[in-house]
Design a protein around this ligand. Sequence first.
Ligand code: NI
Length: 256
Amino acid sequence: MEFVDTHCHLNDEKFSEDIAEVFERAKNCGVEKIINFGANLKDSAEAVELAKNFSGLFAGVGFHPEDIADFDENSCEKIFELAKEKKVVAIGEIGLDYYWEKNPEIRQLQQKIFVRQLDIARQLNLPVCIHEREAHGDALKILKSDGKNLRGVMHCFSGSLEMAREVWKMGWLIGVDGPLTFKNSAKLPEIVKAAPREMILIETDAPYLAPVPHRGKRNEPSYVIEIAKKVAEIRGETLDEVAEYTTQNAKNLYQI
Ligand code: NI
């Protein structure tokens, strides 16, 4: 069985001591490919560098909506240049976060920076990984107006089933993480059950959001299998089947 962890943050200092072992464990579990996302310029550059050291590791570059303090006129150009590097397979994670950001002016700035990065993805023909929290309406609006001819994933999906259906209709996927395994997973199981096979990705978002039975500990790519197991249980499929179609979806979207 082969798995892909389609979203994590391995440049986090929580991995500074044992990154090689983390990769080893992932490989031993069949997690053959991993996509590591940057959240700002420095982080994105580090993700690109790290990808050079490990086969099977790829990078996404961009400004996370909670990390736009250093965004300036040159930032887009720099992201553009980084995105042309060999193992960069996506623009991300980019998007909107209204959970942490309550200031309407900064929310507007998030929107502007989000749209500018969608442009970079379009120019380079790269898929997009979107972070969206409590900004469902604006995110959909922007994807409809500025996301044309783009493909991508709503990572760590937190919307309703109705929203998921709209996302799928636009040809975008949803990413499912550790919260699916939590007792209070709310509407996620229902969404996972309704998802067409080709519209779902599994991801860890490591070091955050470790799935049960590792909840509360540092998350890592090998744990993506716990999410696959839960998907299989909810959908009445075998782990083999889930591994096969989620891996295929990741390969199709990110061309890895
Ligand atoms: Ni993330």
